[in-house]
Design a protein around this ligand. Structure first.
Ligand code: ADP
Length: 562
């Protein structure tokens, strides 16, 4: 999963982060923009007058400065749209509320007007749609102004945050307050803690499963009701961020990859800084070493030797973090095998490169390192490197900093792979953690990608029993034919994967319906359940219609695209 460069500026050009990126301000407010003369879609079926009336009511709630329309809403377009039309899913406008009361007032207007909203925390969900809505013409509800770290509990090791808090923000907050707690950043640290957990994103430390390390939410439902989940329902409670189930049904997971509510607060567990840690890399020479790598790693994860999400990086992904493709090859089509081998020699990297870490007492780390190296030693040509650090040390090198709980923009360099402004769309099939499955998925993706003219830029994030296999189709941002070809490739890959019994764990807006349809047991019982809940909770269909293929009755005729 790569989420490079946060929400772009109006020109759609992501700029490198500076650590304070999440608070970036947008350009002009709405007051000087006339949506009726700008090519922004209205919600389906809305007349300009009906839309303008709702917008006037919204402006009265959040203030005109916190409404973005016309050109000022361009920053909500998906800069990585994998289709010929870059604005297939354009928003009509965006609202930036300051608090829960404003959100509830917005919901009253939206319900009255039957107007679809699309919630984002910081809107940096790049490669999966960015801040753009699934239903063109929806109004983006952008929560970036709600950006307080509400609580950090040092001894119980958690934080309670609002949606606008990015990983950089939380990290800065912890460091400046002298906390000894780590964050677990995903590949792009400028996204939000809340948005990432809600999408079931992941990071790289032992707290890398963000859906699992989330505990307790405050959620505004479509009817304006404010719910606190789990122990948070006890009004002067003491354990909201400590015990997710609470009493009775447990709802936190229901608000992940769904459109059932607007999350306004979230608890997140934080990892106490270890006394020491080791960052290791193990390089493997050949394509087929992936099999033994995965089988060996699984055993080390299941027995607890390696306790975090280890990263298996393909050679091209590794190379793309160092230099553009043109350094080695300027031909069209996928890189020939001999060029990939030349890259390996040039950079001193493997065909597969395993990044792992060990956390704890130095003497224990030493012993675990020996166990790890002994396990992989039988693989012909394997190369080991490792370095141990004190718990508060700051290693150099973007990728590995993530393993030490330091946000970075690891994935940013990949956008230069084609030597111009790049974009990518990600194919993210879940993979059983067996060598046979990993090799099967790898060859399936590599072969199909080559057929469409794309390099295999990919790798796996290993989490014990499963791997997240993430392949990115990188294309030139301004070349719409290439964007469409990347989109076509994604569709073919999803179909290939389905035929082999695999499913994606996440999807770009363009394929949300297609992905949902693949989870089709018993004639689509899962989606029927999701839409039964949707209709009960959101009868007017105002919250993120179409997200994850879940369409409310009011907009069900909009399903499709793939
Ligand atoms: P990022 O943290 O990478 O900026 P986004 O803010 O784009 O992520 O959020 C990713 C997705 O998660 C959004 O498209 C939306 O569907 C969902 N989401 C994000 N924040 C919220 C929220 N506060 N409430 C409900 N859904 C949300």
């Amino acid at each position: 999963m790569v989420k490079p460069a946060g929400r772009p500026g109006a020109a759609g050009s992501p700029s490198p982060p500076d650590g304070s990126a999440s608070g970036e301000s947008k350009s002009a407010g709405s007051s000087d923009a006339d949506p009726s003369v700008l090519p922004r879609p209205l919600p389906p079926g809305f007349s300009p007058a009906r839309f303008e009336q709702a917008m006037a009511q919204f402006a009265a709630i959040v203030g005109a400065d916190n409404v973005r329309s016309g050109a000022a809403a361009d920053s909500y377009d998906d800069p990585f749209m994998p289709a010929a039309d870059p604005r297939l899913f354009a928003a009509s406008a965006a609202l930036l509320p300051a608090n829960v009361d404003e959100i509830r007032a917005i919901l009253r207007v939206a319900n009255d007007a039957r107007l679809p909203l699309w919630t984002v925390s910081t809107g940096r969900n790049f490669a999966y749609g960015g801040a753009a809505p699934r239903l063109a013409g929806s109004v983006v509800l952008d929560l970036q102004r709600m950006n307080r770290v509400l609580e950090v509990n040092e001894s119980l090791a958690y934080a309670l945050v609002e949606p606008g808090v990015s990983y950089y923000d939380l990290y800065a907050h912890l460091r400046s307050s002298g906390s000894k707690l780590w964050v677990d950043p995903p590949a792009a640290g400028w996204g939000s803690v809340v948005g990432n957990a809600l999408e079931r994103g992941f990071g790289y430390t032992p707290y890398g499963d963000h859906a699992a390390t989330q505990c307790g939410m405050e959620v505004v439902l479509a009817n304006g009701d404010v719910v606190r989940t789990g122990m948070g329902a006890i009004e002067t409670g003491t354990a909201w961020q400590l015990f997710r189930p609470g009493y009775g049904p447990s709802f936190d997971p229901m608000f992940m990859q769904s459109n059932y509510g607007i999350v306004t607060k979230m608890g997140v567990w934080l990892m106490p800084a270890p006394p020491a840690y080791l960052l290791g890399e193990i390089q493997f020479e050949r394509d087929d070493d992936l099999g033994v790598l995965v089988d060996t790693l699984r055993a080390l994860q299941l027995d607890g030797t390696i306790r975090h999400h280890a990263v298996i990086e393909g050679a091209i992904r590794r190379a793309a973090s160092i230099a553009p493709r043109a350094r080695w090859y300027d031909g069209a089509g996928p890189l020939p095998e001999d060029v990939v081998a030349a890259i390996q020699r040039d950079l001193g990297v493997g065909r597969w490169n395993l990044h792992y870490a060990l956390y704890g007492e130095p003497s224990v780390i030493d012993a675990q390192r020996r166990i790890v190296e002994r396990a992989f030693a039988p693989v012909r040509g394997v190369r080991f490197a490792a370095k141990q650090y004190a718990g508060d040390a700051q290693p150099q090198g973007g990728g590995d900093r993530n393993l030490a709980g330091i946000p970075a923009m690891t994935a940013f360099r990949m956008l230069d792979w084609l030597s111009g402004p790049g974009a990518h769309v990600d194919f993210s099939p879940l993979c059983p953690a067996t060598g046979a499955d990993a090799l099967r998925q790898y060859h399936l993706v590599k072969t199909r990608a080559a057929e469409y003219g794309f390099d295999y830029y990919g790798g796996f994030t290993a989490a014990g029993r499963h791997l997240h296999h993430v392949f990115a189709a990188i294309f030139a941002r301004e070349n719409r034919a290439d964007a469409a070809r990347a989109g076509d490739l994604l569709r073919a890959l999803m179909s290939d994967a389905r035929a082999a019994g695999y499913g994606v764990y996440r999807s770009h807006l363009l394929y949300m319906d297609y992905a949902a349809a693949q989870y089709g047991f018993n004639d689509g019982a899962l989606l029927r359940l999701a839409e039964t809940l949707k209709d009960a909770l959101d009868p007017h269909g105002v919250l993120s219609p179409g997200k994850q293929g879940i369409w409310p009755a009011a907009w069900r005729d909009q399903r499709g695209y793939t």
